[in-house]
Ligand binder design. Structure first.
Ligand code: SF4
Length: 478
C-alpha cells in the first residue's frame, strides 16, 4: 500500500522530529540554496519580470471571478474534441471515477505523469485497493515511490534525498517493480539517470493507460498542458491508448495566448531554466495520433471552499512553481514532509487550511508555520500575499472550534484587544511590563506560554516604552 499523509502528526510535532534530523536539514539546505541562486540569476535577466507577474495575477483573478463559465467552456470544448468530461466534488468521487475508468480497460498496471492532485486525493491507494498498480514516471516522484517515502516539494518531490540515498533506493527496490538497477551502480548522477531511464522505458512501452494532471487548462480550446523537464510525461501522454487527466478546477487559463505569460514565468521561477524543455499540449482525441480515449476529471476537493474565502482565494492562483518553498526559512529547516501534505512550505501553510477548513486538526497549526518574513510574497509569480492570508487564517483558527485550537490563545487575544482599545489601559500595561521585565524567566515561560520558549529565548523587555522615551527626550533632541 502506498504511503499517505493521512494520520500524519500536526506541524508542531512533525517539525520537532524533522529539525533534529541533521541529514535531512543538510539535504534540504543544499538543494534549496542551489535552486534559489539559479532562480535569482535567471529572473534578473528579465526586465519585464514584474509586468509578467502582474499579468499572471490579473489573469488568474479573472479566472477565479468567472470560474463557473470558464469550466462550462472547458467541458464544451473537450467534449467537442472527442474527450469525456467528469466532475468530482471530492477525493472519494475523483478516485471512484478513475478506478472505474481504469477497471473498464481491464489493465492492471498503469503509468502516471507527475501530478500533485493525484497525491492530494490518494489515488494510488484507491487503485491498489482494486488491484491496479500505478507507477510514477517522473524521476523524483519515482524515487519517492520506490523508497516507500512521501513527497517533500511540489517540483522536486525527492528534494530531501541525496545521491547516495537515491542510489541505495534504486539498488534495493528497482528489481521488485521491474527492471533491476544495473550491476555496480554508483551515485554518479548520469549513472542514476540512466538506471531510471532503463527501468521506466519498460513501463512506458507496456502501458496502455496513463494518468496525468495538468499545469494549465485552456478554456477557449479545451487544451490541457503539462510542463516538465525530463520528457517522461510526454512518453506517457503520447504512447498510451487511454489517457485520464485529473485537473483541479482552478488550473484554467482563459485563452491560448495567456499561456505565453505563464510559460515565461513557470520554469524560470521553479528551477531557474529559461524555458521548460518539454511542454506537451493535447486537445481531446486526434484519430490515429496519441491516446484514442481521453477522460478529463475536473476536481473540486475543497477548492470552492477556498474560493469563498475573500482573503484566502488568492491561494488558488498558485501555479506550483515551488519558489515559495525554496525561499522559506521555516521550510529550509523542517523540509516538506513536516507540513503533512503534498503542498508544503508557504503555499501549504495557506492552501491546506483553505481546502480543509480552519478546524481540521492536522492543518489548523499550519498558518503558524511561518516567521511572517514575507520572502514568499517577493518570489511568487502570481503575487500571492502570503502574509495577509496567514494572518487572516490565524484569526480564523483563533476564532474557530475551541476543541481544535487553543482556547487560551483565544482568551489572550481578546484580552489584548480590549486593552489596546483603551489608551489609558494600554499605557498602564506597557509601564507594568517594563517594571516586570527583569522578573520574566529567560529560558522557559511558565504554564501554557512555555510552548513559545521551547525553541526560543524570551526577548528582553525594555524598561521604557518608545512613547515614554520620546516624551522624556523630545524625540531624542535632549
Ligand atoms: S504559491 Fe506562488 S511561489 Fe508558491 S508554488 Fe505557488 S506560484 Fe509558486
Amino acid at each position: 500500500m502506498s504511503r499517505t499523509f493521512v494520520g500524519w502528526p500536526a506541524f508542531p510535532e512533525a517539525a520537532v522530529a524533522a529539525t533534529s534530523d541533521e541529514q535531512l536539514r543538510a539535504n534540504v539546505t543544499r538543494a534549496t540554496g542551489t535552486i534559489r541562486a539559479k532562480r535569482a540569476r535567471l529572473v534578473a535577466e528579465r526586465p519585464d519580470w514584474e509586468d509578467l507577474r502582474d499579468s499572471a495575477a490579473a489573469l488568474k483573478n479573472d479566472v477565479l471571478a468567472h470560474l463557473d463559465s470558464y469550466l462550462l467552456q472547458v467541458e464544451q470544448k473537450v467534449t467537442a474534441a472527442g474527450g469525456a468530461v467528469h466532475w468530482a466534488r471530492d477525493a472519494a468521487e475523483a478516485n471512484r471515477i478513475v478506478t472505474d475508468l481504469v477497471r473498464a480497460t481491464g489493465e492492471r498496471e498503469i503509468v502516471k505523469v507527475k501530478s500533485m492532485l493525484t497525491e492530494e486525493i490518494g489515488l494510488d491507494n484507491a487503485l491498489e485497493e482494486v488491484g491496479i498498480s500505478a507507477r510514477e514516471t517522473d524521476l523524483a516522484a519515482a524515487i519517492v515511490q520506490l523508497g516507500d517515502d512521501l513527497p517533500s516539494h511540489v517540483v522536486v518531490p525527492a528534494l530531501h534525498r541525496n545521491r547516495a540515498e537515491i542510489r541505495d533506493i534504486f539498488v534495493r527496490e528497482m528489481g521488485r517493480h521491474g527492471r533491476p538497477a544495473p550491476e555496480g551502480l554508483t551515485d554518479d548522477p548520469p549513472q542514476l539517470a540512466e538506471a531510471a531511464r532503463l527501468h521506466m522505458r519498460e513501463k512506458f512501452l507496456k502501458a496502455k493507460v496513463a494518468v496525468s494532471g495538468a499545469n494549465f487548462l485552456v478554456a477557449e480550446t479545451g487544451t490541457a498542458v503539462v510542463v516538465e523537464s525530463e520528457g517522461n510525461g510526454r512518453m506517457c501522454l503520447t504512447l498510451a491508448d487511454t489517457l485520464i487527466s485529473l485537473v483541479g478546477i482552478e488550473k484554467i487559463v482563459p485563452r491560448w495566448q495567456d499561456l505565453e505569460v505563464f510559460l515565461q514565468l513557470l520554469a524560470r521561477n521553479a528551477t531557474g531554466e529559461r524555458m521548460a524543455p518539454y511542454t506537451t499540449t493535447w486537445t481531446g482525441v486526434i484519430p490515429g495520433d496519441g491516446p484514442q480515449t481521453f477522460h478529463l476529471v475536473l476536481v473540486d476537493n475543497g477548492r470552492t471552499r477556498a474560493l469563498a474565502d475573500e482573503v484566502g482565494r488568492q491561494a488558488l492562483r498558485c501555479i506550483r512553481c515551488g519558489a515559495c518553498m525554496n525561499i522559506c526559512p521555516v521550510y529550509e529547516r523542517t523540509g516538506g514532509q513536516a507540513y503533512g501534505s503534498v503542498y508544503p512550505g508557504p503555499i501549504g501553510a495557506i492552501l491546506n487550511p483553505l481546502l480543509k477548513g480552519p478546524d481540521d486538526p492536522q492543518t489548523a497549526s499550519l498558518p503558524y508555520a511561518s516567521s511572517l518574513c514575507g520572502a514568499c510574497n517577493d518570489v511568487c509569480p502570481v503575487r500571492i500575499r502570503f502574509t495577509d492570508v496567514l494572518l487572516e487564517l490565524r484569526h480564523q483558527v483563533a476564532e474557530g472550534d475551541a476543541k481544535v485550537k487553543h482556547p487560551a490563545e483565544k482568551a489572550a487575544l481578546r484580552a489584548v484587544g480590549a486593552v489596546m482599545d483603551h489608551p489609558a489601559a494600554w499605557n498602564a500595561a506597557v509601564r507594568a511590563a517594563g517594571k516586570a521585565g527583569p522578573l520574566v524567566p529567560k529560558n522557559r515561560l511558565p504554564g501554557p506560554l512555555g510552548g513559545w520558549t521551547d525553541s526560543r529565548r524570551t526577548p528582553d523587555i525594555p524598561k521604557e516604552s518608545f512613547r515614554a522615551w520620546w516624551k522624556r527626550t523630545e524625540g531624542g533632541s535632549r
